[in-house]
Design a protein around this ligand. Structure first.
Ligand code: ADP
Length: 266
């Protein structure tokens, strides 16, 4: 049997006789890259007018140009909240397209695990206090003291997971931020909440772009977990979720302690 050199457009028979046609996938890749670039450019272009619009609303609300009636204030507050939300979505889209296009390379440095988690808990305090929630930090024994990561990018992962835990959990609940040994040369970080949980059938999709659990009433664009996954993967790690409806969710990710540990067998 002599293998035949296949070319684009050739028909192959295999897998129980089903015919397949070889396709030039570079075309799709280029198209995908173009789409990523377009989305990035459009978002960038939208950001400038949105920023000035937002600024105008803020100035009006500060009553710099005269006193406002209650109805005017109400309308402007709605406009302010929507402008803020739109800006968050645009920033998420820009972050994602930067990561996807591979422009943003990692700026690794040694970071102490304990300090990292403490900082994250402190940074989230205003949000969790406002929601009447509490964050507890648990560092398991045997966890590596430091990890070599891009602190700004990793911070983004924690903030996205903690903000979700707070957003989707009830008032008065506790959010646990933890670090455990994740095998040799690996740290397992996680955020556990006592919120509504995620139905089994939705769990495989939560990290997909723009996916939101059906019936979700809280506002959001469905990009936070996609960004978290991309950043973790950039660090050579992996992210996952385990959740039970009515009990809560646990989002966890593995991070190799150093670049050299990436791909090392545990
Ligand atoms: P967003 O929160 O903006 O919708 P995400 O990508 O962060 O986008 O999350 C995707 C979806 O996963 C959310 O819309 C929500 O339905 C679900 N989800 C994420 N985190 C939690 C959580 N801690 N508890 C319950 N549901 C969650």
């Amino acid at each position: 049997y002599l293998p035949r050199i296949l070319s684009i457009g050739d028909t192959l028979t295999g897998f129980g006789g089903a015919a397949m046609i070889l396709q030039d996938v570079t075309k799709f890749r280029l198209l995908d890259d173009a789409k990523t670039n377009l989305v990035g450019t459009v978002s960038h272009e939208l950001k400038t007018p949105l920023t000035s619009l937002r600024m105008a609303v803020y100035l009006l609300l500060e009553e710099n140009f005269g006193k406002l009636t209650a109805a005017q204030k109400d309308l402007l507050e709605t406009a302010r909240d929507d402008a803020d939300r739109l800006l968050r979505i645009l920033n998420d889209i820009l972050d994602l397209s930067r990561i996807e296009s591979g422009i943003a390379s990692l700026n690794r440095r040694e970071v102490a695990v304990v300090a990292l988690l403490d900082d994250m808990a402190k940074e989230m305090k205003a949000i969790t206090d406002a929601a009447g929630q509490r964050i507890e930090v648990l560092i398991a024994e045997g966890v590596a003291e430091t990890v070599s990561v891009d602190p700004d990018r990793l911070r983004h992962v924690f903030i996205n997971l903690l903000a979700n835990a707070s957003k989707y959990s009830p008032e008065g609940s506790v959010i646990t931020l933890y670090a455990q040994p994740g095998g040799e040369g690996v740290v397992r970080f996680g955020v556990r909440d006592r919120g509504p949980g995620i139905p089994d059938e939705s769990q495989p999709y939560v990290f997909e772009k723009f996916y939101r659990v059906p019936g979700q009433t809280r506002k959001g664009a469905g990009l936070g977990l996609t960004i978290a996954r991309e950043i973790v993967v950039e660090h050579g790690g992996a992210i996952g979720c385990s959740s039970k409806v009515g009990e809560g969710s646990d989002f966890h990710f593995l991070i190799p302690v150093s670049e050299a540990a990436v791909g090392r067998k545990n």
